[in-house]
Each structure stands twice: as structure tokens, then as C-alpha cells.
Design a protein around this ligand. Structure first.
Ligand SMILES: Nc1ncnc2c1ncn2[C@@H]1O[C@H](COP(=O)(O)OP(=O)(O)OP(=O)(O)O)[C@@H](O)[C@H]1O
Length: 354
């Protein structure tokens, strides 16, 4: 799976940018602030969710532009995916697949996109919600319906929280119906996360020690067993707390540095980066093996943080594995990237092929 044509219109600092890459490596080099990460963000919007920055839509429309933006892609199979906002409704995301409007959650059926960005360096020391988001993206690659179930679960939970917070007593039948919906979607979410973590943990444990750190993974926290009953029993407590205190939305991903037998949050920044890279690489391989469709990988400023031998090991490991987008300020960081290779120079939101 690869993006073979990408058109950015009024997206961030790209007024009108066209790229025609293909399978293999896509390297974007340019100065700080040139617009490299913006291109990766655009690609990340071709998958369900809010993209790699999780930015509000209004921030993505180019300042000084029309007020709306568009990201349009052609995929290697010929399908066309587009997303953006209209000038008349800049806060509403529009998604089109092959000319017809579609739900953003359905994008997972077309494309799997995974990324590593400098902002993720803090993943292991951030609140659990960030790690849930991370594991959900990994799960989505193996279970495309995951985004839909997460959206339905969250919607039911928000409605339940609203009812419990209201002045007048909540309708118990309506609460029961919402809790049943949470239990149903929660069980699917829990199952997808567990399956993903188990498969990934197994493949990481099997890898020989090498230049990328091996991570041990475990899903922590309550699953969805008896969730409807737990929610029912917890109504008064949740009303007092103003939020729902039980369910898979409270789970966490525990990560350990296997070779050091140390929890990830105690590892050095470099070790944490290496752990994340190891997880993402193993996951990309797992997804390719299970689905026959290699995910598109977006590696923002990853190469700059590796020493030359690790950098070459990374390129070698990624070779022949679908489409891998990489950014860096210095073109020479990518000197040992094997072909097929599509290189672009980014300057002020304009891309030139090199
Ligand atoms: N909505 C917008 N309209 C116009 N420009 C924007 C918008 N949002 C961000 N920018 C600009 O885009 C530029 C940042 O681009 P980007 O993050 O892609 O840089 P980069 O090439 O990845 O740089 P670095 O190497 O520093 O990470 C900044 O100059 C920022 O001001």
C-alpha cells in the first residue's frame, strides 16, 4: 500500500503542493519550519483520527488561504481518498472515498498509517490516555472496526456522564441502554487491544537482541467483563466523580525494556526512543504479515537521532516494507537509504523533487 499522488491545498504552509511518490522510501529534507512535518501530518489524516498532531481543523487551514483545506491522495490500487474542510464550514471534516462521502472512521479499511514523531518521545511518562491512543492506533491496523467501536463507546459514555450530572434524576432505562452499549463496544475494544498486545509482545520477545530495543508489553487495568453490571453499580460513584471510573477507557499499556528488565518510564530518553521504534517496526511487520498490507510509516526526525550504524540498520530493516516517509534537516542523513527512493527538498511549503 502506497500513496502515489498527494495534493495539498491550503494545508498548513502548503498553498498548492503536489507529490507523486511510490512504494519504498519517501525522503523529505529541508530546513526547520520548511513544511516537512506538515506533509506527514497530511498523510496521517488519510487514516481515522485527528492526525499526528491531533490539532484542531482550524489550525490546519493555511493562514491567508481560503479558510478551508484539502488533502487528496491516490493510492497504489487506484483508489482516491480525500479529506479536508470547506470554506463555508471550517470546523467540519469532510471525507471522500472514490468520489463518495464517507465516515472518517471508515478510512481504516483503506489505509493503515503509523507514525513516530518527536512529540511521542514522552509517551512513557505521559498520562495513560496517550498510551491508550497509541495502542488503539496499533489495534486499528489489525482490526479496522476498532475506530468505530471506540467512537460509539465514547459517545455512549459521554451521554451517560451527561445524564448522571443532570439536576433531575436520570431515566434508569436510558442509563441501562447506554451501559449496555458501552459493554458491547467495550468488549470489542478490549478484545482488539488484548489481541494486538499479545501478538506484538510475542513477536518482540522472539526478536534477537539487535540495534533496536526490545519491549515487553502488557495491557493493564480492568477489561470489559461484567461491564454493564459494574457501570450500573457505580452510578452514584460516577455521578459524584463527574466521570466514569470503570471500563476499558481506563486501561494502560505497560512497557518494559526487556534486555534491561526496566520499566520504560525509568529508561533514558534515547532508550525510550529506541523502545518506541522497536515497537513500531515490529508492529509494521506484524500487520504486513497478518493482513498482507504493509502500513504506511511516517518517521518524523527519526534518522537524526540514530548513530550511522543504527541508521543503516533501520533503513535495511524497512527496505521492501511498503511505503516509509522520513524527514530530516540534512539530506546526507539519508545517504544510505536503498531504492526505491523518492527524494524531495522542502522549502517554504514548496516541494522540489531531487
Ligand atoms: N495553518 C497554517 N498556515 C500557514 N503556515 C502554517 C500553519 N500551520 C503551521 N504553519 C507553519 O508551518 C511551518 C512548520 O512546518 P513543519 O512543522 O512542517 O516544519 P518542519 O519542516 O517539519 O520543521 P522542523 O524541522 O523544525 O520540524 C511553520 O513555519 C509554521 O508556522
Amino acid at each position: 500500500m502506497a500513496v502515489t499522488r498527494l495534493v495539498l491545498t491550503d494545508f498548513r504552509n502548503h498553498a498548492d503542493t503536489l507529490l507523486t511518490p511510490g512504494a519504498g522510501f519517501v525522503v523529505l529534507a529541508g530546513d526547520n519550519g520548511a513544511g516537512k512535518t506538515n506533509v506527514l501530518e497530511a498523510v496521517s489524516l488519510l487514516a481515522p483520527g485527528r492526525g499526528l498532531r491531533r490539532a484542531p481543523l482550524g489550525d490546519m487551514a493555511r493562514q491567508g488561504g481560503t479558510g478551508g483545506f484539502s488533502v487528496a491522495a491516490t493510492l497504489s490500487g487506484g483508489s482516491e481518498i480525500g479529506t479536508g474542510t470547506l470554506t463555508t464550514a471550517p470546523e467540519r471534516r469532510v471525507v471522500r472515498v472514490n468520489g463518495a462521502s464517507a465516515a472518517a472512521t471508515s478510512l481504516g479499511e483503506w489505509l493503515t498509517v503509523l507514525w513516530l514523531t518527536p512529540a511521542m518521545d514522552r509517551l512513557f511518562v505521559e498520562p495513560a490516555s496517550e498510551r491508550r491512543r497509541f495502542i488503539d492506533r496499533l489495534a486499528l491496523a489489525l482490526a479496522p472496526g476498532h475506530a468505530h467501536h471506540s467512537a460509539r463507546y465514547e459517545a455512549a459514555m459521554r451521554e451517560r456522564n451527561r445524564l448522571l450530572a443532570a439536576e433531575e434524576p436520570a431515566d434508569p432505562d436510558w442509563l441501562t441502554a447506554l451501559e449496555a452499549r458501552m459493554a458491547e463496544h467495550g468488549a470489542t475494544i478490549d478484545q482488539a487491544r488484548r489481541t494486538t498486545v499479545a501478538a506484538l509482545a510475542e513477536s518482540l520477545a522472539d526478536q534477537p537482541p539487535g540495534p533496536f530495543a526490545r519491549a515487553g508489553l502488557a495491557l493493564e487495568g480492568e477489561g470489559a467483563d461484567d461491564l454493564a453490571a459494574r457501570l450500573r453499580a457505580g452510578r452514584a460513584r460516577d455521578a459524584a466523580a463527574g466521570r466514569t471510573l470503570t471500563g476499558p477507557h481506563r486501561q494502560d499499556l505497560a512497557v518494559t525494556h526487556l534486555d534491561k528488565a526496566q520499566p520504560a518510564h525509568l529508561c533514558s530518553t534515547g532508550e525510550q526512543k529506541a523502545l518506541l521504534l522497536g515497537i513500531v517496526l515490529a508492529h509494521a511487520e506484524l500487520v504486513a504479515m497478518r493482513t498482507g498490507r504493509a502500513p504506511i510509516l511516517l518517521l518524523d526526525e527519526v534518522a537524526a537521532h540514530l548513530d550511522p550504524s543504527r541508521r543503516t540498520a533501520l533503513f535495511d530493516r524497512l527496505a521492501g516494507r511498503g511505503q516509509v516517509w522520513m524527514t530530516g534537516t540534512e539530506p546526507q542523513l539519508f545517504a544510505s537509504v536503498p531504492k526505491p527512493l523518492h527524494r524531495y527538498r522542502v522549502a517554504g511549503g514548496i516541494l522540489g523533487e531531487v
